[in-house]
Write a protein that binds this ligand. Structure first.
Ligand code: DC
Length: 230
């Protein structure tokens, strides 16, 4: 299928499979996939390693903003697609830990952190032909994206998927902790002041509670055919 050099923005709740879907889209249509959440996770991992987040979850904002002046977070392409780096260190595994997941939403409410991430996302966006997933891509980062998708699914199903994924990676998660974390992130992400998670007016909703990856790919092919008839 031939499609022009557009931007596809995928937003939605935590663990709705946004990144898996975006990766499949990238593969099928020859697009570059960019995971905006990975950049927020890198900032959070760095803050944790520098001791800038206390036991009570309190963030030393001033010190974090100082760190952002020299922090180098970026993506590098590798055999598994693109991977997140802090400086020359690959951090894909570490940024997916429950510890980072527990602190990333509060970190991402800080306006200067959002500006830091947005600057990097805009840089990539200039190249076009990208599919990017996050919480505010269609509403704030790329409001002119040609295709906007808003993903949702039943929370129990989402938690089960995340739980299975962590098990497969050899971790030993607690189901309730996984469910609590995603509900808490949904709440914080939807209620923060700066560019909260919300459905763009021109976004198409995709509820994938009962959908397979094949179903989702049929759905997007049909959407693209409708928007860009051959
Ligand atoms: O997509 P993810 O679960 O890896 O994202 C982690 C967190 O980063 C998410 O809970 C909120 C924040 N985030 C955001 O605020 N805006 C984005 N565009 C992407 C992620």
């Amino acid at each position: 299928m031939n499609i022009p050099d557009i931007i596809i923005a995928i937003d939605g709740y935590s663990s709705t499979g946004k990144s898996s879907f975006a990766k499949l889209i990238a593969k099928e249509f020859g697009f570059t996939y960019l995971d905006s959440g990975a950049l927020y996770r890198c900032v959070t991992l760095h803050a944790l390693e520098k001791g800038l987040i206390g036991e009570d979850g309190q963030i030393d904002k001033e010190a974090l903003l100082e760190e952002l002046k020299t922090l180098d977070v970026h993506f590098e392409s590798g055999p598994q697609g693109s991977a997140a780096y802090i400086g020359d260190r690959p951090v894909e595994g570490e940024i997916r830990s429950l510890r980072v997941s527990e602190h990333v939403s509060p970190v991402s409410t800080i306006p200067e952190v959002r500006a830091f991430v947005d600057a990097r996302l805009h840089e990539f966006g200039r190249k076009g032909r990208i599919v990017m997933d996050g919480r505010d891509i269609g509403t704030s980062v790329f409001p002119n994206a040609e295709i906007k998708i808003f993903m949702t699914a039943d929370p129990q199903v989402r938690a089960q998927r995340r739980f299975d994924e962590m098990k497969a990676k050899g971790q030993d998660p607690d189901f309730q902790a996984v469910l609590d974390n995603l509900l808490e992130r949904d709440y914080i992400d939807s209620h923060r002041e700066v560019s909260p998670l919300s459905q763009a007016e021109d976004a198409v909703v995709l509820d994938n509670t009962y959908m397979t990856f094949d179903d989702q790919m049929r759905w997007i092919r049909q959407l693209i055919e409708e928007r860009f008839p051959a």
